[in-house]
Design a protein. Structure first.
Length: 343
């Protein structure tokens, strides 16, 4: 609230005037309840002094709030921030309201003392006011975070739908099906056993796509079983021109990743790189401590296939939503590497 609604001095000045008038009247009501003969709505000097004090108070807490946002943002610890802000603002209010009033009475008033009970009343009243302001600030932050989370959830839902659609396109498109059937038709006459295995693997690939497209995460063990079937189809299709090496530690089999992400990276590597007798393509999938790595040499095709570039963006967005980590993409030493966070 302080840094958005009161981000300009004219707004803070108007806020200070309203705070002084409303707070002054409420404080006089409190004193009326405390002292039977107390007169409400005293001279204009009282409210003019209240406005001056409110302006000083508002400016000071505005600057302190900017400092608190840098040192302890609401997102880092809402309750700690609320407590710290409340106590800091109260301490400042005591210095401003009580301290300046004491100084004015001491130097400019013939009355050289102020009742301690009056100062306690002012301090408690200001504390209640500070609690209300901090609660409003806290509530504003919560509403903003709630709106942001809804927007982020909607964005993730949209990107997830796009990802699923793209995964289905990558597998169940005419080109993939045509290439698979063409390979199968040739294989039937050459090796009946391998053609039967090819059909089983093709069935496994389609079944996995249909089963996993609704899942947010999947066991690495399950994903690797799917990848082996998928790689089998590609290796049959490209003969000895394509090779995919899988080297994942067994301890990671019960960890999770986003489904179909490895398949998309393999598909991209085949799609954008030359796969030929002169330039066979080697794709390595392995792990380090916290990531699965997919690495292939850069041997880009002279004529690039049409691509909207959304595949890697969707994977990155999905991992950011799933675990708060980014997918790392490196292109160096004529090698393309993508690192997928292990969940």
């Amino acid at each position: 609230m302080f840094n958005t609604a009161l981000n300009r001095f004219p707004k803070r000045l108007l806020f200070s005037i309203m705070l002084a008038l409303v707070g002054g009247i409420l404080l006089e009501v409190v004193f009326k309840l405390q002292y039977r003969n107390y007169l409400i709505l005293r001279s204009g000097e009282f409210y003019l002094a209240a406005i001056v004090l409110s302006v000083i108070f508002t400016e000071v807490i505005y600057r302190i709030n900017l400092w608190l946002d840098r040192k302890m943002a609401w997102q880092q610890g809402p309750l700690r921030r609320l407590l710290l802000q409340t106590m800091t603002f109260w301490f400042v209010s005591i210095l401003v309201f009580n301290g300046i009033r004491l100084a004015l009475v001491h130097f400019f008033s013939s009355k050289k003392f102020i009742l301690l009970t009056d100062e306690i009343t002012v301090s408690v009243f200001v504390l209640c006011l500070i609690i209300i302001l901090s609660a409003v600030d806290f509530g504003t932050i919560l509403i903003r975070e709630w709106r942001d989370s809804l927007a982020q959830a909607e964005k993730y839902k949209k990107e997830s739908a796009e990802f699923e659609f793209e995964m289905l396109q990558a597998q169940i498109n005419p080109h993939f099906l045509f290439n698979s059937l063409n390979t199968l038709s040739s294989l039937v006459y050459e090796d009946a056993d391998r053609s039967a295995e090819f059909i089983r693997k093709l069935s496994d690939v389609y079944r996995h796509v249909l089963e996993s497209r609704q899942k947010d995460v999947i066991l690495i063990e399950e994903e690797l079983a799917f990848i082996r079937s998928y790689v089998f189809l590609l290796e049959i299709r490209f003969d000895k021109k394509l090779r995919v090496e899988l080297d994942i530690e067994k301890d990671l089999m019960d960890k999770k990743i986003a489904p179909l992400s490895l398949q998309l990276l393999i598909e991209n590597a085949v799609k954008h790189n030359v796969v030929s007798d002169k330039k066979p393509l080697l794709i390595r999938i392995f792990n380090d401590t916290n990531y699965l790595l997919v690495k292939n040499p850069l041997q880009l095709k002279s004529v690039k296939e049409k691509s909207n570039g959304m595949g890697l963006k969707n994977i990155s967005s999905r991992y950011r939503a799933l675990c708060g980590k980014d997918v790392i993409i490196n292109t160096e030493n004529d090698t393309f590497t993508v690192k997928l966070p292990i969940i």
